[in-house]
Write a protein that binds this ligand. Structure first.
Ligand SMILES: [Zn+2]
Length: 353
């Protein structure tokens, strides 16, 4: 581990540098999911993917697993030049304190994070109340975050109302999955949303949806779940900002940019990479401070037209808030130790599944 080094945040960026990239929608708890045992049967549609994979995984999480998944996810982010993560967390059997575990892990690695606990009535009114309390506890303690809602279709009207009020009280938005699958009851959010809401997926949202906020597009995840194409350009045309997330499939935002680009081209071959680069940069709305983060890349010209067709571009150096946190490896943590501990944690998780 090399010592941290302070640099001038006002310096001009070279052609092989960018500001820090932002993952506008992540689930750090999914970092340990890779290699998990197959579900009891093969899911045939989105709702079954939730029930057979993700809702079994999240109930198995405990504080130690949350810690190591966040450590590994944060390390993976730095490795890809992502300096800020907008996380959406759920661990129904370990709710209290979970957001602080994630925030502390990200701080240890040196990555910025915005945390939210995804409140849901899937585990009854007590579960919803505990989720709301965790968001309130974390934000009241000065944590950087939003109030999380899983999605309207797993929340009662009372829970949606309570999350809306809690977010307004803390002066933050609500981070919520919207119309990811066709069965979501997103219309129950109408009248609640404000410009600081974070509306994730919006695949099945019609043009006259009546919601406001930032639309977060997750091209690869949507393709993986076969939920359809969100066509984010229609939201931009209506004046809403569009940002890019991974929905938990790592935090390699250049890779996500390339996937979102080819998916957009598949729909409309006139789409310019500059459009999708604009979505990538929109994540900065929540993290304006990332504009001063400096990522130096192993590629000479960080231009959207080149990057759309260039793979294996990775950072050689990452500076966050004037401090070097990656210099051909993490400067604050031991990558080998995190990888080993995360592998142990994954073994524990898989045994529970
Ligand atoms: Zn998600």
């Amino acid at each position: 581990m090399a010592p941290a080094e302070t640099t001038d945040p006002d310096r001009e960026l070279a052609e092989n540098q960018t500001p820090g990239l932002v993952c506008a929608h992540h689930h750090l708890y999914s970092a340990l999911a890779r290699g998990m045992p197959a579900p009891p049967r093969t899911p045939t549609e989105f709702q079954e993917i939730l029930e057979l994979v993700w809702w079994r995984l999240d109930t198995a999480l405990d504080p130690d697993l949350i810690h190591w998944s966040a450590m590994l996810g944060a390390l993976n982010a730095l490795q890809s030049g992502c300096t800020a993560i907008v996380d959406h967390h759920e661990s129904p059997n370990a709710i209290d304190g979970s957001l602080s575990i994630i925030a502390d892990a990200c701080a240890t690695v040196g990555v910025r994070v915005n945390c939210a606990y995804g409140v849901t009535d899937r585990h009854g009114a007590d579960g919803a109340a505990a989720g709301l309390a965790e968001n309130d506890r974390f934000l009241s303690a000065g944590g950087s975050g939003m109030v999380g809602l899983h999605a309207a279709f797993t929340c009662s009207d009372d829970t949606i109302e309570a999350a809306t009020e809690l977010a307004a009280r803390h002066g933050v938005g609500v981070h919520v999955h919207v119309a990811e699958g066709p069965a979501d009851t997103w219309r129950r959010l109408v009248g609640h949303t404000t410009d600081d809401w974070w509306l994730v997926h919006c695949v099945h949202l019609p043009d006259d949806h009546g919601l406001t906020g930032t639309i977060v597009h997750n091209a690869r995840s949507n393709m993986n779940n076969a939920v359809g194409y969100a066509d984010p350009r229609r939201f931009e045309a209506a004046g809403l900002p569009v940002a890019l997330g991974t929905d938990g499939i790592g935090a390699d935002m250049l890779d996500e940019f390339r996937v979102a680009f080819v998916r957009a081209r598949e729909r409309d071959v006139t789409t310019s990479p500059e459009v999708v680069w604009r979505w990538l940069e929109a994540g900065r709305r929540l993290f304006p401070e990332t504009a001063d983060d400096v990522v130096t890349w192993n590629y000479p010209v960080m231009d959207p037209w080149r990057l759309a067709y260039t793979t294996q571009v990775s950072p050689t150096r990452v500076e966050i808030d004037g401090v070097t946190v990656w210099d051909d490896g993490p400067t604050r943590v031991d990558a080998a130790e995190i990888t080993a501990k995360a592998a142990e944690a994954a073994t524990t998780l898989f045994a529970r599944l």
